[in-house]
Design a protein around this ligand. Structure first.
Ligand SMILES: NC(=O)c1ccc[n+]([C@@H]2O[C@H](COP(=O)([O-])OP(=O)(O)OC[C@H]3O[C@@H](n4cnc5c(N)ncnc54)[C@H](OP(=O)(O)O)[C@@H]3O)[C@@H](O)[C@H]2O)c1
Length: 323
């Protein structure tokens, strides 16, 4: 018998790849989106989740919900951000859980984020506890995770916490970095020893499919990484090499970077909106965010197959120059 999947956020960065893999594995795919977009799904349903109700028939005969839709992490988060993220990331989850319960859906795989457990430092304040989320985005994801795992709405709930996801047509951090390096205005950063966990989209999708069907994943929360944290300097060199350019023999002194960032802070304050490069951006760029993704490997036998270095040529080729 064919399994039926309901995928939210199907039209985003990860969604189409997940839908393609589900189809290849024999699933029938229903996709929820806000506006009609063609893609690898059998049917699409237009719903603004969190703002519009989820019609019960949307969940009829569904075996597993893959809930990806949500408000993505943004660098600048102003006042009111907590409420905005709560509406976008928690309300939709609660609505989908209620509809899943009513229709007897078996599985619910929730796409949370590593940001639900802070910025990738050590353990939590209390022994054995997980670190708290530090951003409105992270807090909304953590609250939605709790709902998925404790509501009892479905017999097979799973939470995934992907680290930064890379793959062709990237968005956010990687897209900006590639555009800046290609345009020639990204400074040759020194290797400051920072490290950031990441995962290839294909590996994340493989982990997702496994979680949907493996009984051992029931009630679990898994961080997903490719197992190799990368420094910003490494990422910079991967991009240069993929562009066929030489890695410069000199690096910008860290002091100068700090000075430029402080200049950006001042400019931002003067004009009342953040400048493109400021201390916050610099911290994100040279900060570390390392997460332990070993649990899913140990418990489900998941093995990431891709790495950022060998994937970068394809990613760079897919990224258009800045308009
Ligand atoms: N990409 C990463 O590095 C990463 C890392 C960790 C966790 N995650 C999580 O993984 C999930 C998928 O990530 P992604 O990178 O594919 O995100 P994305 O590219 O931003 O896509 C999000 C999708 O959700 C849809 N959506 C947003 N709000 C919606 C609403 N109210 N109703 C219906 N659809 C809505 C968007 O539709 P529109 O086109 O209409 O906006 C879009 O298709 C997200 O929950 C994200 O937080 C991603």
């Amino acid at each position: 018998m064919t399994n039926i999947a309901l995928v939210t956020g199907a039209s985003g960065f990860i969604g189409p790849s997940l839908c393609r893999h589900l189809k290849a594995a024999g699933w029938q795919v229903r996709a929820i989106m806000r506006r009609p977009v063609p893609g690898p799904w059998d049917a699409s349903i237009l719903i603004d989740l969190g703002r519009e109700p989820v019609p019960l028939e949307t969940l009829a005969d569904v075996d597993c919900v893959f809930h990806l839709a949500g408000k993505a992490h943004a660098l600048a988060q102003g006042p009111g951000a907590d409420e905005e993220y709560r509406l976008a990331n928690c309300r939709s989850t609660l609505d989908l859980l209620a509809a899943s319960r009513a229709q007897g859906v078996r599985g619910f795989v929730y796409f949370s984020s590593v940001k639900a457990i802070g910025e990738g430092g050590g353990p939590g304040d209390d022994p054995g506890s997980e670190p708290a989320a530090l951003s409105p985005y992270g807090r909304s994801k953590r609250a939605a995770e709790d709902a998925v795992l404790t509501s009892g709405a479905v017999p097979h709930p799973v939470v995934l916490r992907p680290s930064l996801v890379y793959g062709p047509n990237p968005k956010g951090y990687l897209e900006l970095l590639i555009r800046a390096v290609r345009a020639g205005w990204f400074p040759p950063l020194p290797d400051l020893g920072n490290a950031r966990s990441m995962v290839h989209r294909d590996d994340l999708v493989a982990a997702t499919l496994r979680c949907a069907i493996d009984p051992r994943a029931r009630g679990q929360t898994y961080v997903v990484t490719d197992g190799t944290p990368y420094s910003t300097r490494q990422v910079y060199e991967f991009i240069l090499t993929s562009l066929g350019r030489r890695v410069p023999g000199w690096t910008l002194p860290p002091g100068l970077l700090r000075l430029a960032a402080r200049g950006g802070d001042v400019l931002g304050r003067m004009r009342g909106s953040r400048f493109v490069f400021d201390s916050d951006v610099l911290d994100k760029l040279i900060g570390s965010a390392v997460y332990d993704g070993s649990q899913i490997c140990r418990e489900l036998g998941f093995r990431p197959h891709r790495g950022l270095g060998e994937s970068m040529a394809e990613i760079v080729a897919s990224t258009r120059p800045a308009p």
